[in-house]
Design a protein around this ligand. Structure first.
Ligand code: UDX
Ligand code: UDX
Ligand code: ADP
Length: 484
């Protein structure tokens, strides 16, 4: 008798669920994978030629399996009830209201997914936490499932995803590690083995780590916190480099040669962005506070404070160098996405920098190769959530959107501008014709490079006044109060 085909269902067809399930389907032809979502437009897009997210290589993977063993559907309940393994990959934003607002994770979507699983299940299930959740979430989920079930057994596993945007498919094909946490009971161990078997189709055995549930949940928050902390550490150094004449790229290189430190994730920038780092650290801070660990909470909070400091410092540098006012001056902005090779703008430092400049009445002309006009307008008019003072939200004066134009060409953004800021490290910004840009700008012409992509020497040769994060300063900036 042939063994029944394993069925996997993933709830949530977003940045994590979509690519992860596509790769599982590709690597495991004998498993049927259905990705379900309550959003009809999302599922429609996954079933079309124009996928809802942009990831290099994703189109090819989806094309190879869709309709064979990979399906996208809005029929959530049917597919959940038929599945053996259910991944939950719904969004977990930061709470904006009530207890823990500004820090705690909002588990509304998670809870409703768990209740639905309990309602529709007719056979034993393995439920896998895929979206990042606070430590001990598994316990809450377990309670919801067991208190509602009719004699059905549920095993909860934590299997956090470590993929980065822009390299999602590569990261899924070649993960540094796959982490599976579960209960230390015989049934828990059996569930771990069942999920391990799925990954073993393409991931070498020694890269599949198994731990208890809490270690797996915390490891995800810890990994993102440590990565963000490295960036805040090097960004803090960049301020000191500017003050002393050291060059942060040389410092990073020298420091990264220490094999105990390693060379990756040491690029100074105008600040980290993206949907994970700030959210996960806030969550970590909240969990520490709930456990009475005030010193530990403060330690991690500092990583976000330095990130905010870095963005403010950049804006102050621009304003102070341009005779302490940018009012009415055109400033070209190159790059808006939170990093290159994505159109994602969640928590991008560009939002804070642009708002800072608009606060000083600058006129902005923004160019990004992947971000739409609509998205930029939306990001700049939305109120920033104040994570430290969530209850006393100051109504922000609405930005006069006439001060912002979004253009489809870097040269257009720079034309007649007094200054040019680079806020995303897109490769194309390295090979622009800076002589042409200089010729069409107001003089003195300033470049403020927030990602260290330009060749500072060459630009100074052309005649620009250049500020590049953490690099030795132009004489122009001497005696300019930029640290305020
Ligand atoms: C350190 C630096 O390693 C060395 O490069 C520099 O030149 C001098 O300072 P040292 O002080 O001899 O060297 O010892 P090291 O092995 O770095 O340990 C320093 C302290 O950190 C010790 O107390 C050690 O127990 C502690 N440590 C180290 C940890 O607590 N955890 C670790 O993972 C590593
Ligand atoms: C991150 C983690 O890398 C990933 O493992 C996790 O699953 C989700 O969060 P992502 O947010 O997609 O992934 O992007 P990442 O490449 O980590 O970059 C985050 C931010 O840090 C970007 O704004 C980037 O520009 C910035 N960054 C990164 C730096 O400023 N300097 C660096 O050296 C590296
Ligand atoms: P991530 O970056 O973690 O993947 P996204 O926001 O991109 O997060 O995706 C989460 C997806 O989960 C969204 O498409 C959302 O519609 C979906 N979702 C949220 N709650 C439910 C639910 N109860 N049932 C099905 N899908 C859900």
């Amino acid at each position: 008798r042939r063994k029944k085909m394993v069925k996997i269902c993933c709830i949530g067809a977003g940045y994590v669920g979509g690519p992860t399930m596509a790769v599982i389907a590709l690597k495991c032809p004998s498993i049927e994978v259905v990705v379900v979502d309550i959003s009809v437009p999302r599922i429609t897009a996954w079933n079309s030629e124009q996928l809802p997210i942009y990831e290099p290589g994703l189109d090819e993977v989806v094309e190879q399996c869709r309709g064979k063993n990979l399906f996208f559907s809005t029929n959530v309940e049917k597919h959940v009830s038929e599945a053996d393994i259910i991944f939950v990959s719904v969004n977990t934003p930061t709470k904006t209201l009530g207890l823990g607002a500004g820090k705690a994770a909002d588990l509304t979507y998670w809870e409703s997914a768990a209740r639905m699983i309990a309602d529709v299940s007719k056979s034993d299930k393995i439920v896998v936490e895929k979206s990042t959740v606070p430590v001990k979430t598994a316990e809450a989920i377990e309670r919801i499932l067991t208190h509602n079930s009719k004699g059905i057994k549920f095993q909860i596993l934590s299997n956090p995803e470590f993929l980065a945007e822009g390299t999602a498919v590569w990261d899924l094909f070649n993960p540094d590690r796959v982490l599976i946490g579960g209960r230390e009971t015989p049934d828990g161990q059996k569930a771990i083995q069942a999920l391990k078997k799925v990954y073993a189709n393409w991931v070498p055995e020694e890269r599949i780590l198994t731990t208890n549930l809490w270690s797996a949940e915390l490891s995800k928050l810890a990994a993102n916190a440590l990565l963000a902390q490295r960036i805040s550490s090097i960004n803090a150094m960049s301020a000191l480099c500017e003050a002393t004449g050291a060059d942060v790229s040389q410092v990073s290189h020298a420091v990264g040669k220490d094999s105990r430190i390693g060379p990756k994730f040491l690029n100074a920038s105008v600040g980290f962005g993206g949907s994970c780092f700030q959210k996960d650290i806030l969550n970590l801070v909240y969990i520490c506070e709930c456990n009475g660990l005030a010193e530990v909470a403060d330690y991690w909070k500092q990583v976000i404070k330095v990130n905010d400091y870095q963005k403010n410092r950049f804006v102050n540098r621009i304003v102070s160098s341009m005779f302490n006012t940018v009012s009415g001056k055109k400033i070209g902005v190159l790059g808006f996405a939170f990093k290159k090779d994505t159109g994602d703008t969640r928590e991008t430092p560009a939002i804070d920098v642009c708002k800072g400049l608009l606060g000083d009445m600058a006129r902005l002309s923004i160019y990004d190769p992947q971000v739409t006009d609509d998205q930029i307008q939306k990001d700049l008019t939305m109120n920033k959530f104040d994570w430290d003072h969530p209850v006393h939200l100051q109504p922000m004066s609405p930005i006069d959107i006439k001060q912002v134009s979004v253009v489809w060409d870097a040269y257009e953004a720079a034309k007649d501008a007094h200054g040019l800021c680079i806020l995303t490290e897109w490769d194309e910004f390295k090979i622009l014709d800076y002589q042409r840009i200089f010729d069409n700008m107001q003089k003195p012409a300033f470049v403020f490079d927030g990602c260290n992509v330009v060749n500072v020497g060459e630009l100074r040769e052309i005649g620009f006044i250049v500020y590049s994060i953490g690099k030795p300063m132009d004489p122009w900036f001497k005696d300019m109060p930029a640290m305020a």
